[in-house]
Design a binder for this molecule. Structure first.
Ligand SMILES: Cc1ncc(COP(=O)(O)O)c(C=O)c1O
Length: 353
């Protein structure tokens, strides 16, 4: 289903632009081999497909990983299912989505029949510095924000997010990229004291499991019960549950921490190279596995990059951005270097042509 709003296709995602043979810098799923223990877990789960899935162990593992009660955990078929469940179960009077951000939360709210207001942050896309450009109405009873935010890669301090909490308001924090941040210092996943906060997590990105569909949300027990009642029977497969359990273990958390540290280095390389180029605006201090860049030109730059074999995420399907913005996935320095050469050539052609 295509969901357009204000001329923007909210259903457009990076995978639609990607194609075999092209270097994919549009989809932010980590490349590289899965750890042996995860591959073995998945193989083992395939041997149990004759039985219906049992979610107890995975739910308890997630609860332990975040220091929550298992009753505060809802396992979902990716973060995407969490957005749909929330949209179908909640009855917001005034729903506000902070943009630019991943468009599915807004699309799910609209598909469920809720009017949605956009609160759009201007450069540098932060809630507080230097002054916040986005106004969140005091009576908004549902506010959705990403942290770190896709596509800006901005990591909001936890204190800024807590500052958005109000009695009677549900604050949904999409933490699909939280495990890109070493130490996960700004995550609200462990905060059961904040009863109005819903944290959404995904296993898609760090573990390269986009095709398996596994994620979860953390929320107050009563809301988890309501959302759970809206799910079909057996919403997650046995392999997805096995992956969630395995990826919540202390070993997995330590492995993800290692990936996050490697990401910091690879991202510094890309950001330094982009920042050294004139005529570009690079969103400062990115915290995700991607970097948002304003090249100041039109969509021809992205098309030329594609002709040169590189797919980047277009900016014009994010409310608050436009065709001069591209989001670039962080890859190894060798791939980033090849991208940078192609980017220079694409920009030079745009100027001369
Ligand atoms: C910010 C953000 N949240 C959620 C999702 C969806 O994640 P999942 O694959 O777990 O449904 C994505 C996917 O691109 C995303 O970028």
């Amino acid at each position: 289903m295509t969901r357009w709003s204000d001329g923007i296709d909210l259903s457009h995602h990076g995978d639609a632009d990607s194609a075999p043979g092209l270097v994919d810098l549009a989809v932010n799923v980590r490349h590289g081999a899965q750890p042996a223990w995860l591959a073995a877990t998945l193989r083992d789960a395939l041997g149990r497909l004759d039985r219906y899935p049992v979610a107890v162990a995975a739910r308890e593992a997630v609860a332990r990983r975040h220091g929550r009660d298992p009753n505060e955990v809802l396992l979902t078929s990716g973060a995407a299912e969490a957005f749909v469940l929330l949209a179908r179960v909640l009855r917001p009077r005034r729903a506000v989505v902070l943009h630019p951000q991943f468009t599915e939360p807004e699309a799910a709210l609209r598909a469920a029949g809720h009017p949605v207001e956009r609160s759009v942050l201007d450069w540098p896309f932060r809630l507080t510095s230097p002054v916040t450009s986005a106004v969140i109405p005091k009576d908004a009873d549902l506010v959705v924000i990403g942290n770190p935010t896709n596509p800006t890669s901005v990591l909001h301090p936890a204190s800024d997010l807590v500052g958005l909490c109000r009695p009677g308001r549900i604050l949904v924090v999409d933490e699909a990229f939280a495990d890109c941040v070493p130490g996960e210092g700004e995550s609200l996943a462990g905060r059961s004291d904040l009863s109005g906060v819903v944290v959404i997590r995904s296993l898609t990105k760090t573990w390269g499991l986009a095709g398996l569909r596994c994620g979860y949300l953390l929320a107050a027990r009563e809301l988890v019960e309501e959302l759970s009642a809206a799910q079909p029977l057996w919403p997650l497969s046995t392999p997805a549950l096995a992956a969630i359990e395995a990826c919540s273990s202390p070993l997995a958390v330590a492995t993800a921490e290692g990936y996050a540290r490697e990401l910091v280095e690879a991202r510094s390389f890309l950001v330094a190279a982009l920042t050294a180029r004139t005529g570009l605006r690079v969103v400062p201090d990115p915290a995700g596995s991607f970097v948002l860049v304003d090249h100041g030109g039109d969509d021809a730059v992205r098309q030329r990059l594609r002709d040169a074999g590189f797919v980047v995420r277009r900016g014009d399907t994010f409310p608050g951005l436009g065709a001069s913005w591209i989001r670039v996935a962080v890859r190894d320095p060798e791939t980033s270097t090849r991208f940078l050469h192609a980017f220079d050539a694409a920009r030079a052609l745009a100027v001369s042509g």
